[in-house]
Design a binder for this molecule. Sequence first.
Ligand SMILES: [Zn+2]
Length: 458
Amino acid sequence: MLFLCFLLCVTTSVAMGNILLLSEPPPLLLVSFDGFRAEYLRRFPMPNLELLYSQGVLVEDLTNVFVTKTFPNHYTLVTGLYPESHGIVASHMYDPIIKGYFPQGNDEKEAVWWSEAEPLWITALDFGYKTAAMMWPGSHYSYNNRTATHSVPYNLEVTFQQRLNNVTQWILGNGEEPGAKFAALYWEEPDRSGHKYGPDSENMAKALKEVDDNIGLIVSELKRTGLWGHINVMVTSDHGMAQCSPDRVIHLDACLHPDNYTLVDITPVAALIPREDAQMVFDLLNHCHAHMTAYMKENIPERLHYRNNRRIQPIILIADEGWTILHNGNQLRLGDHGYDNSLPSMHPFLAAMGPSFRRRYRLSNLNSVDIYPLMCHLLSVPPRPNNGSLTQALSLLHTQRQKLDLSLVFTLTVGIVLVLFTIQLLFRWLRSYRQSGSPAFHRLECNGDVELRANSCK
Ligand SMILES: [Zn+2]
């Protein structure tokens, strides 16, 4: 019995030790370089990024979500939800309940558009952490009247160095207040250059060099502040970029007079509200161009997860890779994104390093919806319901941490078995003690009832 109690104490303390270890996660910094196509990694020298993932992990190809636009994908990264579930379904939207268009250019009115899903900086805040979001899309709008502990609205004038310095100060804290446990940092390149020059342009070399220099700044700033090696860093992006051309344009007005519909979004995924005969509008658009596919909302392919939201319009048109839908004078851009998310040109990457990540490990593919549950796991924050999974993402983590998780499960299981076994033994012992301490009633053996009544038993 004593031995069992001893075993029980040892197992419980090991389990508690593991729980304590798991409850003290390192801070997590999530950085997005907008429009960083995964293929750039193979085409341009990125010494600082290589240094980062050579000490950590690289997911060479990240399958993002449709539509492959900035706002939908950035909100997916911090919610783990497909756009039909988090509500940011495009860069330009119409909501029949709000009876308004997005963007509205008014902070107070805009918040409602981002209120259908809770981002990680709020979930982690509820868990008791300080959080920070530097210009991450949607982060300065309040969710249930709350924002991240530190939040800065988008401002093109603020340099990467300034954004980074703020974020590292927030993570470090000020000596009295604890630092932010989760921080998200946004930078608008190489997206801007990708749109301007096209991803195939030699000008992208300069843009990618600047992005890599900024990754070098992250490394040097984390080393300067002593955070390097004590913080998990994830560098990723929202989407890739496809090369467009004046030779690949689709003139929407050539198929249908604009009086027949209201146009909500235009290229490469157009969203339309038919004014009267929806079937007639659809039939005309369906045969409009060989490089554009029309869908009634209810027939949008299941794999796109793009049907179940009132902000998805009754008809959508999807241009083929590199094709541009033009309408009433909208400008052609040499690079664009938003296309089908099964296209490799639309995919970004993920590089990560830190105490929780494996070293020199590569994974060929991961879904971007899996990043949210992975971040929650790293922070030990219970995730909100999401479309992601840890099945693949856990392979990115350091075996030590995986072992820790497994040993926690093992020690807890052994502990529970021992507790049950001890309780059973205790019951058995108590039962036998009662039986030996209070002997059972035995009728006195007398010679006969008459004699018993007369003399009682002697
Ligand atoms: Zn973007």
